[in-house]
Design a binder for this molecule. Structure first.
Ligand SMILES: NC(=O)c1ccc[n+]([C@@H]2O[C@H](COP(=O)([O-])OP(=O)(O)OC[C@H]3O[C@@H](n4cnc5c(N)ncnc54)[C@H](OP(=O)(O)O)[C@@H]3O)[C@@H](O)[C@H]2O)c1
Length: 276
């Protein structure tokens, strides 16, 4: 990644700022990063924070760039990509999209068929450097481009490649929407403990540390999740009593329905974006 000569961000919003923070922390020289954004204040803030170069417009950001990260909102993507297409067709940089729901075929149609494009789906915890990103590119996109796209996203997240683009909808339903599922479960735990008499601040602290500790245990272990669950559940004990209630209420089926709903919605949005 430190070999990148010039990395352009089109859109200098929240996710771009997170990536810039991660990339500069990992040693990519800020002078090699150029950002274009309509907001002068947004650009000034990125220059002050990271020392990156601010571009006057998208076209000048892309000039000579080896990698272009398209970091605008999905609704803005088509116009932005189409406007840059003539330039991209000349220089053929690697284009990395971080936009939720924009199909690879649509991106390739907008930027031009001969430009290598990797579609990625990061998630919100990337802002804190603990994201999870799914990546997809068709087989025509070579290994060096894939490695470059992965290295960029790895600056803020764990990375996984999917073989079929339809799997990006499930990535969206799992890691994209997933933080909200965990927040809901944590909210419910905190409220339940509070209702049973624990002060709210204590319930909050114990909820956060338990979620963090469980995630760390799972990350650091080679055991599958069901083994970890069994290891912390004594027969006839308190955990077993709670898990019986969750199982009887059909928690697994509820989660499966919820993920299916998010997956379907992601596919619907991709179909909307992809038809333009
Ligand atoms: N945030 C997340 O948790 C998350 C998770 C997964 C994927 N993503 C994807 O990441 C992308 C960026 O999201 P974000 O949260 O960073 O959004 P954001 O903060 O709104 O950033 C987008 C930036 O692009 C700028 N922009 C608008 N039109 C532009 C143009 N024509 N040329 C250049 N820049 C332009 C916007 O400026 P104005 O504000 O002035 O319009 C804004 O600063 C989205 O496609 C989103 O789907 C985000």
């Amino acid at each position: 990644m430190n070999d990148i000569r010039r990395l352009a961000f089109i859109g200098g919003g929240n996710m771009a700022a997170a990536l810039i923070a991660g990339l500069t922390k990992r040693g990519l020289a800020a002078a090699r990063i150029v950002v274009a954004d309509p907001s002068r204040a947004q650009l000034d803030s990125l220059v002050d924070q990271f020392g990156i170069c601010a571009a006057t417009d998208n076209a000048s950001a892309v000039a000579d760039a080896e990698v272009v990260v398209l970091a605008v909102k999905p609704q803005q993507m088509r116009a932005v990509a189409l406007a840059l297409a003539p330039q991209l067709a000349q220089s053929k940089p690697l284009v990395v999209s971080i936009a939720a729901g924009i199909p690879h075929a649509a991106l390739a149609r907008w930027v031009g068929a001969h430009v290598p494009v990797v579609r990625t789906m990061p998630n919100r915890p990337a802002f804190n450097g603990f994201g999870a990103t799914g990546l997809y590119a068709p087989s025509g996109v070579g290994a060096a481009y894939r490695a470059l796209a992965e290295a960029i996203m790895a600056a803020v997240s764990a990375t996984v490649w999917v073989d079929h683009e339809s799997q990006m909808d499930t990535v969206t339903a799992l890691s994209g929407s997933g933080p909200a599922y965990f927040f809901l479960f944590m909210e419910a735990l905190e409220a339940a403990a509070h209702e049973r008499g624990l002060p709210r601040d204590i319930a909050h602290k114990l909820t956060l540390e338990t979620a963090f500790g469980a995630a760390q245990m799972a990350r650091q272990s080679c055991e599958p999740l069901h083994t970890l669950r069994e290891q912390v559940t004594s027969k006839g004990g308190t955990t077993a009593a709670a898990l019986e209630v969750l199982d009887a209420a059909g928690l697994r089926a509820i989660v499966a329905h919820a993920v299916a709903a998010a997956d379907r919605r992601s596919a619907e949005l991709a179909a909307e974006y992809g038809t333009n």
